[in-house]
Design a protein around this ligand. Structure first.
Ligand code: ADP
Ligand code: MG
Length: 330
């Protein structure tokens, strides 16, 4: 199999020279629910640069998975989606289903949360890993199986030929995570959206999976890591965006965001790590069904100002080129 491919209408070729592989602008995702509209993602602007490893971090419920799903066009029908997600010449939010199907799994692939339920329990591993190559007609069925075995070997399966004939339940959580990574990588996609790839893994397996992802994300390949695991983000990412209650509240180089966080929320996230003495942020994030008018972190913020209650801060650039949504940097 060749390393380069035309992709859907040559999207990969067109984006190769463009620095921004994906450009999310003004993304809003609103779910209808019995208790009213749920604003899960609210006016997110984020560029994913070609070849970078960017992490989207934040507490549970902040809108990270919904953002990843929007990129892959996998949001449920009860979602109202506003904004643009530019990928090459396409807006992924309005591209026809046929185009999205050609891009998904081939040019943009996802390693999803919860490895147990993401695999088909009644399909052999070899067939599941080979499937994206067959669906996207990248190679013949026998070649797809050969490629599946090659990638299983690359991902640490001692006897990949035998593994290919087995079913998901015959593998441990860590091995199932490897199988998901194999499925995501088999078409050699440009962008990998990895949603909590280390969730539920013990420390040893987590370390192996992190090393594996690092070894696989090289060259032009881009990683969009969605996680609440700051350790994983710090290990894997060049750049970090912090999400809180549907908004990006801080964005910048990973080492700067983690060593000198600007936003009080990011400071709180870091202070709650074991290495920082386990100081959890008091209170809860607001419900996306009833968001406050002012700063969304206002109620929990140790550095609150008078205006935070009624004015809503914008995401602004600091002098050092980092981005933060807080009146302290206004
Ligand atoms: N299909 C859905 N219908 C209604 N609300 C949803 C749906 N999917 C997600 N949400 C809500 O959107 C918010 C963001 O969810 P999510 O992106 O999964 O958070 P995270 O990945 O940051 O933990 C949550 O409040 C969640 O309950
Ligand atoms: Mg999630």
């Amino acid at each position: 199999m060749s390393e380069t491919k035309g992709g859907v209408a040559g999207v990969q070729e067109q984006t190769r020279s463009v620095r921004e592989l994906i450009c999310i602008s003004g993304l809003k995702v609103i779910f209808s629910s019995r208790s009213g509209p749920v604003r899960a993602v609210d006016s997110v602007d984020l560029a994913i640069r070609e070849g970078e490893r960017i992490g989207l971090i934040g507490e549970s419920g902040s809108g990270k998975t919904v953002t990843g799903m929007a990129i892959l066009g996998l949001l449920p029908v009860n979602a109202v989606i506003i904004g643009k997600i530019r990928y090459g010449d396409y807006d992924l939010l309005t591209a026809p289903d046929r185009t999205l199907q050609q891009i998904r799994g081939n040019e943009i692939a996802m390693i999803s949360q919860n490895s147990g339920s993401s695999l088909n329990p009644v399909m052999k591993i070899g067939d599941q890993v080979a499937e994206p190559l067959v669906i996207h007609r990248i190679c013949s069925v026998p070649d797809a199986h050969r490629e599946a075995i090659r990638i299983l070997a690359e991902l640490g399966f001692d006897d990949p030929e035998q593994a290919a004939t087995r079913y998901p339940h015959e593998f441990s959580g860590g091995m199932r995570e490897r199988i998901l990574i194999a499925i995501a990588l088999v078409c050699r996609p440009h962008l990998i959206v990895a949603d909590e790839p280390t969730a539920g893994l013990d420390a040893q397996v987590r370390a192996r999976i992190l090393k594996l992802i690092t070894s696989q994300i090289s060259g032009n390949r881009t990683l969009f890591l969605i996680t609440h695991d700051l350790g994983a983000a710090s290990y894997l990412c060049d750049r970090i965006a912090v999400m809180y209650a549907g908004e990006i509240v801080e964005c910048g180089p990973a080492k700067d965001v983690l060593s000198l966080p600007l936003h009080p929320y990011t400071q709180g996230l870091i202070a709650s790590l074991p290495s920082a003495g386990l100081h959890p942020i008091p209170g809860m994030s607001p419900s996306p069904a009833s968001l406050p008018r002012g700063c969304r972190f206002c109620e929990r913020c140790p550095a609150v100002l008078d205006r935070c209650d009624c004015d809503h801060p914008e995401l602004v650039f600091t002098e050092s080129g980092r981005q933060v949504r807080c009146f302290h940097y206004d």
